[in-house]
Design a protein around this ligand. Structure first.
Ligand SMILES: *[C@@H]1O[C@H](CO)[C@@H](O)[C@H](O)[C@H]1NC(C)=O
Ligand SMILES: *[C@@H]1O[C@H](CO)[C@@H](O)[C@H](O)[C@H]1NC(C)=O
Ligand SMILES: *[C@@H]1O[C@H](CO)[C@@H](O)[C@H](O)[C@H]1NC(C)=O
Ligand SMILES: *[C@@H]1O[C@H](CO)[C@@H](O)[C@H](O)[C@H]1NC(C)=O
Length: 418
């Protein structure tokens, strides 16, 4: 494996030192440079105008002559986060395609919620991928005879379960090798495609696929489910391998990670002394909770349809998947990110607009998005207007506004926990 930790910092220091040397050559006082950070994110330089600076006019003229170089240095500093992007392998190109490297992207959505279809259509279009809508199912319309033996459960959960079974059935019938299944309130970060490339590197590492090996799927060929959008994730305790994506501004601050049940132990990377905890891991998962986004392979779809419809079954759909991921005998291989890559968005307005499986009273005055820092939904206006900076929901974390390159600077490497 040629997976190596990001080492762009040395390069950054190199440029920085070169810049200081240049500045000292032209008699510029480095103390006038303020707030230069090694990340190149908040580099600000004060151009010293005479007379307050006390610079002689010939010094100033010299300095002006060097302005283009200064600009180059500054812009190089801003770009360094990209230098180390090590992915050149051909497989990564397919992730940039119109179905994110899967054969299909399905969106589960009730026909009675065209508003949600509007929203996810625009989001997907701005992220440059195509979705196929699959009608959600109203639980009360499922005949008793169509339920698996032992199935009871609330009617809305039944609808959600059946909608998932319907997509799995389509995948099996149409011989679809891999499909991403999104729920219609899914949201993701600006920069999703670049994030998925890093995620895929992680998934390939966990499947022992060489970095440049040719595989049918960019995500490797030996998985049943990629649980990409969840609200809890269990780890397979016997597999200590982690693919570690460091310095990733799309990671939510610790205090904002609202997950149910279990989440992976992040103590190797998240320390009390960290100003920002910005590490995401990819790991072999023993399942999760919530189904905002999951990729399923053809093999996975067959296994899940068998286990969750054709045999005695009585669980909400996510717990059905969870049991498969956590059952060694099912040979159902699941790979997850933490924090999650897909979250959910909640539009402004009545709270009960958000979910079609539960209802709540009250009004949300402003749209919100869970589990995404640079939410695509919340940046739609900027994306439409062609802005070059996007807004984070967590301004005190990685920074309030960032460019696409900055948002996608996280690069992964392999680690094995003791
Ligand atoms: C994207 O790549 C995948 C994997 O190679 C392929 O199955 C799919 O058809 C491609 N999508 C498009 C729209 O070309
Ligand atoms: C980083 O994570 C550690 C461990 O969870 C926590 O104690 C610390 O407060 C976090 N730092 C920030 C800035 O959130
Ligand atoms: C956990 O990982 C190990 C090693 O990769 C595998 O043998 C085992 O089946 C996995 N457990 C589950 C529940 O999938
Ligand atoms: C996963 O399976 C193990 C072993 O069968 C069991 O002890 C554990 O409770 C299960 N975890 C979950 C979250 O279902």
């Amino acid at each position: 494996m040629s997976l190596s930790p990001a080492s762009s910092r040395k390069w950054v220091y190199g440029v920085f030192v070169a810049g200081l040397v240049l500045l000292s050559l032209i008699g510029f006082n480095p103390a006038l440079l303020t707030d230069a950070t090694s990340q190149g994110v908040s580099y600000v330089y004060d151009f010293p105008y005479a007379p307050e600076t006390g610079l002689a006019s010939n010094q100033l003229a010299k300095l002006k002559a060097y302005l283009p170089e200064l600009e180059d240095i500054v812009s190089a500093l801003r770009k360094t986060t990209m230098i180390d992007q090590p992915v050149s392998a051909e497989w990564s190109a397919s992730i940039a395609n119109r179905t994110l490297g899967f054969q299909k992207v399905f969106v589960l959505s009730l026909p009675t919620r065209p508003d949600k279809r509007d929203s996810i259509s625009v989001q997907a279009s701005l992220t440059e991928f195509d979705v196929t809508f699959v009608d959600g199912v109203v639980g009360s319309e499922i005949g008793d005879k169509a339920l698996p033996y032992t199935m009871t459960g609330r009617v809305n959960e039944l609808g959600c379960w059946r909608a998932h079974m319907n997509v799995l059935q389509m995948i099996v019938n149409q011989n679809i090798a891999t499909a991403l299944i999104l729920e219609d309130d899914a949201d993701w970060n600006v920069g999703l495609k670049a994030q998925l490339v890093q995620y895929a590197r992680g998934a390939r590492y966990l499947q022992d696929v060489e970095e440049n090996a040719v595989t049918r799927s960019a995500y490797g060929d030996d998985w049943d489910m990629l649980w990409l959008g969840h609200c809890a994730a269990f780890t397979n305790h016997t597999d200590k391998r982690r693919f570690v994506i460091a310095n990733d501004p799309t990671v939510e601050p610790v205090g904002h990670r609202h997950y149910l049940e279990e989440i992976p132990d992040m103590s190797t990377w998240d320390h009390p002394s960290n100003d920002v905890n910005d590490t995401r891991i990819v790991f072999r998962s023993a399942g999760g909770v919530c189904t905002a986004a999951q990729a399923v392979s053809l093999e996975g779809a067959r296994k899940a349809l068998y286990a969750m419809s054709m045999t005695p079954y009585n669980n909400p759909v996510d717990w059905g998947y969870q049991n498969l991921c956590n059952n060694s005998e099912a040979h159902f291989s699941c790979i997850s990110p933490f924090p999650t890559l897909f979250g959910t968005s909640q539009p402004a307005g009545a709270l009960n607009r958000g979910s079609d499986i539960s209802s709540r009273d009250g009004v949300r005055p402003e749209a919100h998005s869970s589990k995404t820092a640079f939410s695509t939904r919340l940046n739609i206006e900027r994306l439409i207007l062609g802005a070059d900076k996007f807004k984070s929901q967590f301004p005190w974390g990685a920074g309030e506004e960032m460019t696409y390159d900055e948002i996608t600077r996280g690069v992964g490497h392999a680690e094995v926990l003791p």
